[in-house]
Design a binder for this molecule. Structure first.
Ligand SMILES: Nc1ncnc2c1ncn2[C@@H]1O[C@H](COP(=O)(O)OP(=O)(O)OP(=O)(O)O)[C@@H](O)[C@H]1O
Ligand SMILES: [Mg+2]
Length: 348
């Protein structure tokens, strides 16, 4: 693409139509007349950043979010943990006022959503599940365009872009086109873009899906840096390790219902409460009767037998001398909780 064509693209991207694209017309109408200059930023002093009370959403006759209630305190990292189709992105969209709930009440940064979603969104940074960066533009240009969505002048955006690039570790890529970036770099740029308006609340929809371990660790480190700066983060994920590492509290979702809520360790203690012995290399169904008397619970998943054993040595003794068996003793984790709550092929 020539420089001229590129400038045309950039100019087009900065047009009023694109700015309007950022808003949801129905929501604009609802909030019309309610956003005064005085209330140009959401309530930064509120100790509750997000509150969902009995929120329900259906598509056709399918209930996608089912009487969901949760609260997120300011400065907290709160996780929405659930499998594909659990309703995580729908919840994120409702929080932003992009999808209207059928019932219930949502408050974000002290204002009701969707009624005053435009106001709420001024204090929110969003990392959507699927990157929607402009591939034709450079890293810097993407940030400039996004700044415009928040009414920032080029000068205002340029003043913050160096620190955003540093945050995203993209200083040396400022003039590279997005199409030249790796998946991890694109994710970091989307995160940096979400911070351009210095939001109080950051909503991240599966920030690390599809990334290699190195990129994932970088993003985790960056998220922790945001928390250290007092930001509130809502994170959707189906990576248990991610939730365990980052979240102060989380709710486990199944078919849009909140089936458990608490801190990661508290949930592990409450629902598992002992170490886990993973046994593989043999027929798990054949081994069941041997280990059952010494296990609090047993589960079979594929070729692996999971023994939730208060005294793992007794399980080990039972299996002594059996050739080919591999035993792995490990602390219980959030995945055990998740699988227990959402059901794995189970033998009690
Ligand atoms: N606009 C829509 N119209 C009809 N059904 C929808 C719409 N949006 C979402 N759904 C349905 O709602 C359910 C929840 O979808 P959602 O995208 O919120 O799940 P998710 O937890 O984010 O899943 P994933 O982990 O795959 O991203 C799915 O069954 C999906 O097909
Ligand atoms: Mg999703």
């Amino acid at each position: 693409m020539s420089q001229d064509q590129k400038h045309q693209v950039l100019k087009r991207k900065l047009g009023p139509e694109d700015l309007r694209r950022f808003e949801t017309p129905a929501i604009e109408r609802e909030s019309h007349g309610q956003t005064s200059a005085k209330s140009s930023v959401p309530d930064s002093a509120s100790t509750v950043a997000v509150d969902f009370a009995g929120v329900t959403k259906s598509y056709g006759n399918k209930v996608v979010v089912d009487e969901l209630s949760f609260s997120v305190a300011s400065g907290e990292c709160f996780g929405l943990l659930g499998p594909n189709g659990a309703g995580k992105s729908t919840i994120a969209r409702m929080l932003l006022g992009m999808t209207c709930p059928d019932a219930g009440a949502i408050t974000v940064l002290g204002v009701p959503v969707p009624a005053r979603a435009r106001l709420a969104r001024r204090g929110i940074g969003v990392v959507p599940q699927f990157d929607n960066l402009d591939q034709e533009l450079t890293v810097r240009e993407n940030l400039l365009v996004f700044g415009r969505y928040f009414g920032m002048s080029t000068r205002q955006s340029e003043a913050v872009i160096p620190s955003l690039l540093e945050f995203a570790r993209l200083e040396r890529k400022a003039d590279a086109r997005v199409s030249e970036l790796s998946g991890g770099m694109k994710r970091c740029l989307t995160m940096a873009r979400a911070l351009i308006n210095d939001p109080q609340l950051i909503v991240m929809d599966e920030p690390t899906t599809g990334l290699d371990p190195h990129a994932r660790h970088l993003i985790w480190e960056r998220l922790r840096a945001l928390l250290a700066r007092g930001k509130t983060i809502i994170l959707t994920t189906h990576f248990m390790e991610e939730a365990e590492r980052l979240c102060d509290r989380l709710c486990v979702l199944e078919k849009g219902r909140n089936i458990a809520e608490g801190g990661p360790q508290a949930l592990i203690d409450e629902h598992i409460g002992c170490q886990v012995m993973e046994i593989y290399g043999g027929d798990p169904h054949e081994l069941l009767s041997l280990v059952k008397p010494h296990s609090q619970r047993i589960e079979v998943s594929g070729e692996t037998l999971y023994c939730y054993a208060p005294d793992p040595d007794q399980v080990r003794t039972q299996l002594q001398g059996r050739a080919g068996l591999r035993l792995l003793l490990r602390p219980a984790n959030l995945e055990d909780v998740f699988l227990r709550l959402t059901g794995r092929e189970m033998e009690e």
